[in-house]
Design a protein around this ligand. Sequence first.
Ligand code: PBG
Length: 319
Amino acid sequence: MSSYPETRLRRLRKSPALRSLVRETRLDLDDFVFPLFVGPTLRNDELPAMSRFSLEELVVEVEELVRLGVKAVLLFGVPDEKDEEATGAYDEDGIVQRAVRELRRRFAELVLLTDVCLCEYTSHGHCGVVRDGEVDNDETLSLLARTAVSHVDAGADAVCPSDMMDGRVRAIREALDDTGHPGTPIVAYSAKYASAFYGPFREAAESAPSFGDRRAYQMDPPNVREALRECELDVDEGADIVMVKPALPYLDVIRAVREAFDLPVAAYSVSGEYAMVKAAAARGWLDERQGALETLTAIKRAGADVIVSYWTKELAQWL
Ligand code: PBG
């Protein structure tokens, strides 16, 4: 390999066209998923993507998203009432089930993904049923499976379990197969860490735990080999896509998962990642558009095929 002065890497950086010609990573709206919250209206002007829509408002919002070219959304629901057994999560007439039916009827082409978890529906805010002060793994599985089936019955294209119970992918796969949905994919939040970056989400989804935290089921942030084991188990149980979450502080995990598995890898750029850039931009400390594009490009460069991002709507306008 020759070096300076024969080699000058600046030659290919001279103009926008040259840089574009040799660009290794490009953002494509087709790879993006926009999360949406449905439930009692909650406007958030500082973080617009963390707003919550009533059913009627949701339809209007999705109309705009579809017009802008957004191809996929991920639905989260907040019920009017919560209880110990998360009844609202698997109610046929629950908020997500109604939203899915409404959107399915109107937007045939839109990819409708649903988050499958109990934390928005339990009175204590944990992702599973609590017995003797602990989240009971095996008792939670059947409720998650019921929730997933009810979403797919309503018209969801895929379900995304985010609860981090052991064995939930198999439980959901079997339940979907038994109810005539063998063709519906599971997008597993496989490597989901107990992260500080979920803060703004928990406001929008009203899902902060009322006692303790999620460290006994979500992953410990320092671990990467364990993330590979989580993915391996989920793939074995029938996951069609594995997900890493959060994204930006875990780019090494995305890369490791990408290299170890051949199925599509999704990354969830979470609410705190979005809020960080928004807040800094609001203070004039950085340019939001550039900061967002750089962040999303880094996530793709690390190896994500699918990116869940609160910037998806703005991205549709930027690209
Ligand atoms: C539900 C769930 C959470 C997120 C997605 N699904 C919150 C949590 O685990 O506490 C976080 C998303 C975000 O911060 O954008 N279990």
